[in-house]
Design a protein around this ligand. Structure first.
Ligand code: ACO
Length: 401
């Protein structure tokens, strides 16, 4: 509650909306989201159709440029991204400066920011060709750097993009191929990753996307803005939730697998524990992405022959929550992060890389939103506040305090 006596410095009317629960910050043509009905569309196409029928680069092109690419445009896009997958050798010195224990999201944010040193000119958003090249450069380098955060922490030599393979296949190769021999890629894995990246590609004005727009609104460049987006995504209430979900499920498993005990903890207002992967600021009936991912998780685990006890705990929790008054009355349903971690785990991706996976998927959304914000010539983002601190005080010299 605000102490009205402290509002003496307030000179005008300010709308207070902490967490921007009801404030629109922009107009956007990119993503339509209906939280009540559980609808998500990119540029007018349903997420269900896109996840089923398109690949990640097709959707990235759609999100960033507004239309689905023709076959020729898609081919050219892949080709142009490839051209930018080589990373300046000096970036490796920066990577070597990090301790092996550094969290990959911290390293990724720093590396994305470091790209500004090698690309100092801020792109002219009104120049279509320049913007297109910057999009391809960002998509190419970010993928490689994202995988290098893992290679570094695992002590593996850094890998380079294979021009004969697709973007998503390259992700797996860049991560896991060792000097001892080629890495065989299972098409089921590529398909699942394509879906996961597509489902994460944009989500209107979420915390990281708003951050990208906010930073870019001061006319900072794309790499600097995306670096800030990576940091915003890292937190456990946003993208970091996928790591937190898996850690929670593992902890429940170690503790004997009693889902009910953890349900009780989540409902106890004196206990800070929350059921990670449940609840969403906007979806109040179900998260359409969670539905698609749940199905994909079942398929991938069956195809790869993985029998993960953690998945059984996840299902128990979901069932318990769906029938629980506390969860029902607060509209708390599994969100996109609840099942994504289970797939990542089945693919052998380490837990601390889960949020990096989210970042790779969200990259086209960040780029599209930054581009739209700059093309619309939006003003600098600068919210107001209600001051609740001291009134004017007399300054005392240090020896008199
Ligand atoms: N477990 C238990 N209780 C919860 C949970 C949860 N996961 N989420 C919300 N609640 C409760 C709150 O305690 C609150 O209860 P109250 O009304 O009795 O005080 C009520 O539900 C409303 O919660 P808020 O925190 O006000 O909802 P908000 O919209 O601010 O937060 C959020 C949404 C951050 C996603 C929240 O549900 C949460 O912390 N979930 C767990 C973390 C998570 O999964 N994050 C990923 C989000 S999706 C994404 O970023 C891709």
């Amino acid at each position: 509650a605000i102490d009205i006596n402290k509002l003496r410095d307030l000179t005008g009317v300010i709308t207070m909306d902490p967490g921007y629960k009801n404030s629109g910050s922009c107009k956007s043509d990119i993503t339509f989201l209906d939280g009540e009905e559980g609808i998500l569309r990119y540029r007018g196409y349903s997420i269900e159709d896109l996840a089923e029928k398109a690949n990640f680069l097709e959707v990235s092109y759609l999100v960033i440029f507004g239309e689905l690419p023709t076959k020729q445009q898609l081919h050219q896009f892949e080709e142009d991204i490839r051209k930018y997958t080589l990373v300046n050798e000096e970036m490796k010195n920066i990577i070597d400066g990090f301790p092996k224990t550094a969290h990959p999201m911290g390293v990724l944010s720093s590396l994305t920011s470091a790209l500004t040193a090698f690309n100092p000119k801020v792109v002219n958003v009104d120049n279509e060709k320049e913007m297109y090249d910057t999009v391809c450069k960002t998509m190419g380098k970010f993928l490689v750097l994202a995988t290098w955060t893992f290679r570094k922490s695992s002590g593996f030599p850094l890998n380079y993009y294979d021009n004969t393979k697709g973007y998503v296949e390259n992700f797996m190769r860049l991560m896991f191929e060792l000097p001892t021999g080629p890495y065989t890629i299972n098409p089921v894995v590529v398909d699942a990753l394509d879906k996961l990246f597509i489902l994460h590609a944009d989500h209107e004005q979420n915390c990281s996307t708003s951050t990208v727009r906010m930073v870019g609104s001061s006319q900072s460049g794309l790499f600097a803005s995306i670096s800030a987006g990576v940091s915003a995504l890292w937190g456990p209430l946003h993208g970091g939730a996928n790591q937190a979900v898996l850690e929670m499920l593992e902890a429940i498993q170690k503790d004997g697998g009693d889902a009910d005990k953890y349900m009780a903890k989540a409902k106890d207002k004196d206990d800070p524990f929350r059921l990670m992967g449940f609840g969403h600021r906007v979806y109040k009936n179900f998260d359409p992405r969670a539905r698609i991912i749940k199905k994909a998780a079942d398929e991938v685990l069956a195809t790869l022959g993985v029998n993960d006890p953690v998945l059984a705990i996840a299902k128990k929790l979901e069932e318990a929550a769906l029938n629980d008054d506390y969860f029902k009355s607060r509209n708390l349903y599994p969100n996109v992060d609840f099942y994504s971690g289970i797939i990542y785990r089945a693919l052998g991706i380490p837990t601390d890389m889960f949020t990096v996976m989210f970042a790779i998927g969200r990259l086209p959304g960040w780029i599209a939103q930054w581009k739209e914000m700059r093309l619309n010539k939006e003003p600098i983002g600068r919210p107001r506040q209600i001051y609740t601190g001291h009134p004017l005080r007399d300054f005392k010299e240090v020896d008199k305090r």
